[in-house]
Design a protein around this ligand. Structure first.
Ligand code: CUA
Length: 198
């Protein structure tokens, strides 16, 4: 009488049949090594970019509230206003001064006239909800959160007529929330926009 064939059983405790446990090929080890090395590089970039990258806010940040910031912005406008553009005050603060820009649904107040090569401390805050400060066409982006006064040290490097686009959805008029920054050249001259008589 012959024994019945024992069916092959398998549990998770046994190694599965196959060749997967053979030592890795040299090429595979090399790739794992390269990937690990790249992980270390990327990891190191986080602190390095924080210390050496040019994108960090200057660190001036304090609590404020909408009423106080609005009041400060109005004082700033009163002090340095040089004109009006479609009802919006145009303000030309002297180089080195503190500049105030308020974001609110759905406008940026006031219009700024700055001088190329001069340094300013640009205070930005929102009077209501989150807005995004995006300077077009250059790549400057900043989150504008209500309740905080952000002081950014800025030095305009190019003369021209720039737009501040809101890049944070803030309501029904979000797409109309466009501000303006005019940068005069180092001689104090305004560069006329193309297609516009001045
Ligand atoms: Cu402000 Cu979108």
């Amino acid at each position: 009488m012959s024994a019945l064939p024992v069916p092959e059983t398998h549990t998770g405790l046994d190694s599965p049949a196959g060749v997967w446990w053979k030592p890795a090929h040299r090429a595979e080890k090399l790739w794992v090594g390269i990937a690990f090395g790249w992980c270390i590089v990327l990891f190191a970039m986080m602190p390095l970019w924080h210390l050496k990258g040019g994108q960090n806010p200057s660190g001036i940040r304090r609590r404020t509230d909408a009423a106080a910031f609005y009041k400060r912005t109005q004082e700033f406008i009163k002090q340095y206003q040089v004109g009006t553009d479609r009802g919006m005050p145009v303000v030309e603060p002297p180089p080195g001064s503190d500049v105030y820009l308020a974001g609110m649904t759905f406008q940026w107040t006031p219009i700024l006239r700055l001088r190329q090569g001069a340094e300013y401390t640009l205070h930005i805050s929102s009077l209501d909800v989150n807005h995004g400060f995006s300077l077009f066409p250059v790549n400057v982006n900043f989150q504008v959160v209500p309740g905080y006064d952000y002081g950014l040290r800025v030095t305009p490097t190019a003369a021209g007529d720039f737009r501040i686009i809101c890049n944070e959805f803030c309501g029904i008029g979000h797409h109309t929330m466009v501000g303006r920054v005019i940068v005069l050249d180092s001689a104090g001259q305004e560069i006329a926009r193309s297609g516009e008589a001045r």
